[in-house]
Ligand binder design. Structure first.
Ligand SMILES: [Zn+2]
Length: 360
């Protein structure tokens, strides 16, 4: 599978100004050779890096890419010789290993088979300008890859740009972070998120709900859609009111149509249950905000909070702890079905007859 390269020529929504600044630095020869794009996941950091690269390589650049020159056309179809995209997601690699960075003779057949950073940089610029490496999700870089990459960062060549993107900066060695300049990108506004969803042909009503749930991350909103989260939320809201038994709801939630990551059926079930439990925690958090006085229309998950019975604080805390524990246990070797049912049971209201005397 090749990296996602969009032929559409438009600045990444919400990040155009940040990239303009970088082009301005390039025009005066002050663009750092190592850039580290940071910010919440799913906000378009990788797309922003791609946009930066296009504007650097455009014949009329550095600046907004013209879209019609030779380099722009080659970039749009992903075969410009001076850009190397390292995308472990597209390569289906859990880890960014040493093989992404350096040439090694002992490369197993399951490892990354593409061009390494070292190899790419040993070539001269095909078109005489910048040579650019775009690295996605560098939190996946393991330690030996990081150490090898550090060497590259320490010996910068002129006109080389190493741009990396990471949603979890703590996963990177301090020695790497001290040699790159951070570019902080922010979550999008709700309007911008909705606009991105509209570009994916999502109808306005659904886009509005998803944008709210995505909290400024169109990527997250799209994931939620792919998982069938809107339908799942309805089943979960029922769980809080005790209208249907947890076992029935659990089955319903497994029937919700959705695509989940994972190589095996069990791994996919685990991703599914992780998502549902995250949503369940989200509902509980929303409910707390609602009780604290936040208007329902400002809660990320939608208008569920007022329909949830308000229990005394100690019971609410207990409920949250049960769900969080189930969420934590997804990492253990327990049946995902059991964990989900456990959590759904925990959020069901205490039985009416026994409630008043014993719980008060
Ligand atoms: Zn151009």
């Amino acid at each position: 599978m090749s990296s996602e390269v969009s032929p559409v020529l438009q600045p990444p929504r919400g990040h155009a100004a940040a990239i303009e600044n970088l082009w301005a630095l390039a025009r005066t020869g002050r663009l750092p050779h190592g850039l580290f794009f940071q910010g919440p996941s799913g906000i378009g950091k990788y797309a922003a890096m791609e946009w930066l690269a296009r504007g650097l390589l455009c014949q009329n650049g550095p600046g907004a890419p013209c879209g019609s020159c030779g380099p722009c056309k080659r970039l749009a179809v992903g075969n410009h010789p001076d850009v190397l995209r390292l995308d472990p997601v597209a390569e289906d690699q859990e880890e960014m290993t040493i093989f992404f960075i350096a040439e090694r003779d002992d490369r197993p057949p399951t490892a990354y088979q593409g061009v390494s950073v070292e190899d790419f940089l040993s070539l001269r610029a095909g078109e005489g300008g910048w040579r650019i490496v775009l690295m996605r999700e560098t939190e996946r870089m393991n330690e030996s890859a990081q150490n090898a990459f550090l060497k590259t960062l320490e010996e910068p060549s002129p006109n080389v740009l190493l741009a990396m993107e990471c949603g979890r900066p703590g996963a990177l060695l301090d020695t790497i972070r001290s040699r790159v300049v951070e570019v902080g990108l922010h979550a999008l506004t709700e309007d911008d998120t909705r606009a991105v969803l509209a570009e994916h042909d999502i109808q306005p009503e659904e886009a509005a709900l998803l944008a709210r749930m995505g909290e400024g991350s169109p990527g997250r909103a799209l994931d939620l859609r792919e998982h069938g989260a809107l339908l799942a939320l309805e089943s979960m809201a029922v769980a809080f009111r005790g209208k249907r038994p947890p076992a029935v709801l659990r089955a319903e939630l497994f029937d919700v149509e959705g695509k989940f990551s994972g190589r095996t059926a069990t791994a996919q079930k685990r991703s599914r249950v992780t998502e549902w439990l995250d949503l369940l925690v989200g509902i509980l958090r929303d409910h707390e905000r609602f009780l604290a006085g936040l208007p329902e229309e400002r809660l990320p998950l939608g208008n569920w909070a007022s329909a949830i019975p308000a229990l005394p604080e100690a019971l609410r805390r207990e409920r949250l702890e049960h769900v969080l524990r189930a969420r934590q246990d997804v990492g253990l070797n327990l049946a995902p079905e059991t964990l989900l049912e456990r959590a759904l049971t925990a959020v069901a209201p205490p039985l009416a007859p026994s409630r008043s005397p014993s719980r008060r």
